[in-house]
Design a protein around this ligand. Structure first.
Ligand code: CTP
Ligand code: MN
Ligand code: MN
Ligand code: MN
Length: 362
């Protein structure tokens, strides 16, 4: 508590770290996500995100006075943890069979809360239950999810992300020398030795209207090289004249693909993270590619760099403070399109100082 912190006795057994508090709030957020109560889920996500970026320690609730986005429920949970080291509600959630099962099922690529819930209601509790259950139809994405479960649930290291960057770059150059490739998503935000769950790239070309061809060309090339373990391709539904949505959309309209790529171990200095010893010499990695037209490149880059919470907050700021509409495609001031070739242009339109990717980990 600033100088009141001195009142905490020196023998106090464990300092409660911010990570501990954030993790607890994230558990509750996730459990409301499973229960499909988005309002409550978001409230806990916001609270956790505000704490995550705090530059000071939290020893008691007064240390969080004046912070935005901390609701009564979040505060009660924090108070309990700060005083006793535990939250009854969080512990109860963690030991709840339904929560545990839904967490397990949704960890499979292609399985969302709805499918997980359906399986749970059908009495299924484990992967072997699911795979042995008669009458369960797994779609192609879920089949790949189970097939490559071990690999794609293991974190992707920076070295692996770099190796993938080279591989994609090679494919891009082979299709057209005139392309622009950029790393986006978590790996663009992280500094230091962090890991991601997939690797995200934006790819486009200066030739108007050729960006979709480029994407299918890259996919074709990876396929020919035998590196494509899974591919879901979504053609563009982007409409140049459409105003941005008021809703925070999970999905934008650009051409994109969700891939599982075979990454050969020999390409990575120091071997593959976690894959040593099984003698395979390769691992599967989740890769996302999105391909906006060049004049929307900056909007797509800003939208895909994330984090999700940062994007939500930035859009809300645009709407509430500037009466503008921002999404992955565009920025509008009333009915006027505000063009941008870089992210800096977009921040300038919004009257904000530029925020570096590593500062967007909300
Ligand atoms: N995104 C999006 N539309 C999608 C998928 C993703 O706008 N269809 C954006 C999200 O805002 C997200 C970013 O792209 O912030 C990256 O998504 P994702 O790979 O899921 O998350 P990361 O932030 O990269 O984190 P992780 O390391 O878990 O991949
Ligand atoms: Mn990602
Ligand atoms: Mn993710
Ligand atoms: Mn992704």
């Amino acid at each position: 508590c600033g100088n009141l912190g001195d009142l905490c006795p020196a023998w106090w057994p464990e300092r409660i770290s911010l990570t501990h508090l954030c993790d607890a709030l994230e558990v509750l957020a996730e459990s409301y996500e499973f229960k499909e109560i988005p309002g409550r889920c978001l409230a806990f996500r916001r609270a956790s995100s505000v704490l995550k970026s705090l530059p000071w320690a939290v020893r008691c609730l007064r240390d969080t006075e004046g912070l935005p986005c901390l609701g009564e429920h979040s505060k009660a949970v924090m108070e309990e943890i700060l005083q006793s080291g535990h939250s009854f509600e969080v512990e109860k959630t963690l030991s709840d069979e339904k929560y545990q099962t839904l967490k397990l099922f949704t960890s499979v690529f292609g399985v969302g809360p709805k499918t997980a819930e359906k399986w749970y209601r059908g009495g299924l509790r484990s992967f072997s239950d699911v795979l042995a259950a008669p009458g369960i139809h797994l779609n192609r994405m879920q089949q790949s999810g189970f097939l490559h479960y071990g690999d794609i649930s293991r974190a992707v290291s920076k070295a692996e992300a770099r190796a993938l960057g080279n591989l994609i770059d090679e494919a891009v150059r082979a299709v057209t020398p005139d392309a622009v490739l950029a790393l986006t998503g978590g790996f663009r935000r992280y500094r230091g030795k962090e890991f991601g769950h997939d690797v995200d790239f934006i790819v486009t070309t200066r030739e108007p209207g050729k960006e979709e061809k480029l994407l299918t060309g890259i996919i074709e090339r990876l396929k020919q090289q035998g590196l494509l373990l899974y591919c879901e391709y979504n053609a563009s539904t982007f409409d140049m004249v459409k105003l941005p949505s008021h809703q925070f959309e999970a999905m934008d309209h650009f051409a994109k693909c969700f891939l599982i790529v075979r990454l050969e171990g020999g390409r990575v200095e120091g071997g593959l993270h976690g894959a040593e010893g099984d003698g395979r010499g390769w691992r599967a990695v989740r890769v996302d590619l999105v391909s906006p037209p060049m004049d929307r490149y900056a909007f797509a880059l800003l939208g895909w760099t994330g984090s999700r919470q940062f994007e939500r907050d930035l859009r809300r700021f645009a709407r509430a403070e500037r009466r503008m509409l921002l999404d992955n495609h565009t920025l509008y001031d009333k009915t006027k399109f505000l063009a941008a070739t870089t992210e800096k242009d977009i921040f300038a339109h919004l009257g904000l100082e530029y925020i570096e990717p590593w500062q967007r980990n909300a």
